[in-house]
Design a protein around this ligand. Structure first.
Ligand code: SF4
Ligand code: SF4
Length: 257
């Protein structure tokens, strides 16, 4: 039996719920794997001697850091799941705009918070990560594919091509051509383009595709009615630490990016 763990750090637990939503596939998987650590879903948990550990959430507290370091020590492979674990997530979008002290004070007042918090970090900023499955939440088909590949001794492969590619495969009419803001041209596909297929512009939840052209993306968004500043904010929502790449037209300087 392959020993698996599923750990949650700072996040909404949505990715862990998506794993539970795998239903039939999860039941089939249980014939080949034992889930030794999954505190969200079971009472008996052991964080020892794992073959694969899936980690959801950003590293935001001392407890997160301690847990993920211990997880890395006891696992042969570590897979970051969801955009919080891969990029820092929504909670990291303002990391470089406001100081942590100012944020804590604005939200909790002078008393502060009872736990020691740091700026939200991607898991790869703290420990070595073998694979990343981004998305908000992660795509459950990619989770099943990853487990199936690893069980077969095959390295999972995720080409970092844009969501536009999946729109074309679905024969969607391009939303940008219809005047709707969409981040598909700079976003890592693999989700099957559910948002654009439903007529909603891609929000960029899976992070960057290879070679994203942010300057051109901002130009397209401003032609669809957004100000340059709003276009940059739109692009930063899910990109976490990679938001530093979105420096266009001098609007976002070193301090604000
Ligand atoms: S709708 Fe968005 S993702 Fe789809 S082709 Fe147009 S720009 Fe690309
Ligand atoms: S279309 Fe965009 S926002 Fe929607 S799931 Fe895919 S990457 Fe995320």
């Amino acid at each position: 039996m392959v020993r698996i763990g599923i750990m949650g750090l700072t996040g909404c637990s949505g990715c862990q719920c998506e794993i539970l939503n795998c239903q039939e596939a999860l039941l089939k998987m249980l014939k080949r794997v034992s889930i030794n650590f999954f505190p969200l879903a079971q009472d008996d948990n052991s964080l020892e001697d794992l073959d694969i550990l899936f980690v959801e959430g950003s590293v935001t507290t001392e407890e997160d850091e301690r847990k993920v370091k211990k997880g890395r020590e006891v696992s042969s492979l570590l897979v970051a799941i969801g955009s919080c674990a891969c990029y820092g997530g929504v909670q990291s979008q303002r990391n470089d705009e406001v100081s942590l002290t100012e944020m804590v004070k604005a939200v909790y007042g002078e008393k502060g918070v009872p736990v020691k918090v740091s700026k939200p970090r991607a898991v790869s900023e703290v420990v070595e990560v073998d694979y990343e499955l981004p998305g908000c939440p992660l795509d459950k088909k990619q989770f099943v594919y990853t487990v199936a590949s690893l069980l077969s001794g095959v390295k999972p492969f995720f080409p970092k091509i844009p969501v536009c590619h999946e729109c074309k495969l679905s024969e969607n009419e391009c939303l940008i051509l219809k005047g709707i803001p969409c981040q598909g041209p700079v976003t890592f596909s693999g989700c099957g383009a559910p948002c654009t297929s439903a007529g909603v512009g891609c929000q960029g939840c899976r992070g960057n595709c290879d070679f994203p052209n942010f300057e051109e993306m901002v130009s397209l968004l401003t032609q669809r009615g957004l100000s340059v500043e709003d276009a940059v904010k739109f692009l930063k929502v899910f990109r976490g630490y990679t938001a530093k790449e979105i420096k266009v037209r001098g609007v976002v300087d070193e301090k604000g990016a």
